[in-house]
Ligand binder design. Structure first.
Ligand SMILES: [Zn+2]
Length: 83
C-alpha cells in the first residue's frame, strides 16, 4: 500500500497553482539604476529609487517642497538627487 505518492502529487499541483511573482534577476535593471557624482568627494554613485531618501517640507504659503537625497557611502555627504 503506497499512500505517499498521491500526497506528493497534490502538493505539487498546489505550488504550481500559486500565483507568485517570480524574480528573474535580482540585480537592478539598468533602466532604473541612476548615477550621480558626489559633489563633496567626487565619487560616482549609482543608486536605485528605493535608496533615495526624501523629506517633504511645507512652506507657509501652503505649498510643499520635497527634498530627495542619497547618502554617499564614501564620505557620508547628503547628495541631492532628482530621483
Ligand atoms: Zn561623497
Amino acid at each position: 500500500m503506497n499512500s505517499k505518492a498521491p500526497l506528493c502529487q497534490s502538493l505539487g499541483a498546489f505550488f504550481i497553482g500559486e500565483n507568485m511573482v517570480t524574480i528573474v534577476n535580482k540585480e537592478p535593471h539598468s533602466s532604473v539604476v541612476k548615477e550621480v557624482i558626489c559633489r563633496n568627494c567626487g565619487a560616482t554613485l549609482s543608486y536605485v529609487p528605493m535608496e533615495v531618501k526624501e523629506k517633504t517640507y511645507k512652506d507657509y504659503g501652503g505649498g510643499s517642497d520635497t527634498e530627495r537625497w542619497i547618502d554617499c557611502p564614501n564620505c557620508n555627504n547628503k547628495q541631492g538627487v532628482k530621483r
